[in-house]
Design a protein around this ligand. Sequence first.
Ligand code: NAD
Ligand code: ZN
Length: 351
Amino acid sequence: MRALQYRTVGAAPELVDVPVPVSGPGEVLLRVTAAGACHSDQFIMDLPEDQYIYGLPLTLGHEGAGTVESWGAGVSGLQVGDAMLVYGPWGCGRCYTCAQGKENYCEVAATQGIKPPGLGAPGAMAEYLIVDDPRHLVPLGDLDPVASVSLTDAGLTPYHAIKQSLAKLVPGSTAVVIGVGGLGHVGVQILRALSATTIVAVDTSEQKLALALDVGADHALPPGEDAEVQIRDLTGGKGAVAVFDFVGAPVTTSFASRVVGIGGDIAIVGVGVGTVDVGFFSTPWDAEARAPYWGSRSELMEVVELARSGKIHVEVEEFPLSEAPAAYERLRAGTLRGRAVIVPDAHKAPL
Ligand code: NAD
Ligand code: ZN
């Protein structure tokens, strides 16, 4: 089958032919219907060799959707052709955290070498995908896989970050979204769907600011001192109750700490190595900063329900698998509207 693999540190990902995988005991084989391209893929492909820990060759794609093709011994309750989304942050399923569905924070995944598809295990940018356990599948029903696949990360990750701050997002409050790309443009919609907060989007790109307004932001501002002043003005000097930073660069985390208000939250979601210096004299009283990772299994179900009810959607640019390298070039250039979604080319690899 065809697969998009990162094969050499520092090189572009390549299309290769690899054997169709066979589901082992407990596993499910999906025929891939869609896979999303995330900035995190770019991030790991930019890492120097001594920091790269995801294995080579790596089939990319941690956002996956597919139909059930077959399964290994011990799996029951599935039917061939069932349409599924893949919950990506696989955990052990048995520790205290996993027992709550929070496999994204599995206590033993790191030590037991359990890795997400596309971030260690073979990912969804291929014709077939092995899912390690049926509990990592969420039924898609009649939702379109191309439109929905990015709910698994670009939807789930902002949802998880926003839910932690939900009690603060009361009417009259203001939330700031920094970075209106794949994650951020869904984040704006989740804020709109779950709260009455005023949403201020901040992005360096004019097109992304236009997208932010299209999907429900109340204000869209380029970053900088003017934006800080405007956020102070909009909030009557109070600052934001929550700042969701989908860039996470030093310049944005320091912006976040200057626009957050007393008791406000800063969620650093972007992996841009920025930090927030929380302290009595550096941040407003009782401000909190955290760096959430992905989301829980039940949160993915909730995100799918939000999409099913039409309250959120993912803006998608579709690419055939044979043109997936071009999708990553567009991601790097910052010219995508929403998410790039990769779809296997029409022919079906023989099993
Ligand atoms: P993306 O490339 O689609 O979007 C990034 C957006 O940020 C773009 O709109 C870009 O114009 C904007 N931007 C860049 N620099 C900026 C700046 N200085 N100020 C304001 N805006 C700026 O990326 P994405 O796929 O949405 O991912 C966003 C970030 O979240 C990445 O760092 C990614 O690695 C990370 N991520 C984290 C998790 C997690 O679990 N914490 C999960 C998925 C992705
Ligand atoms: Zn991702």
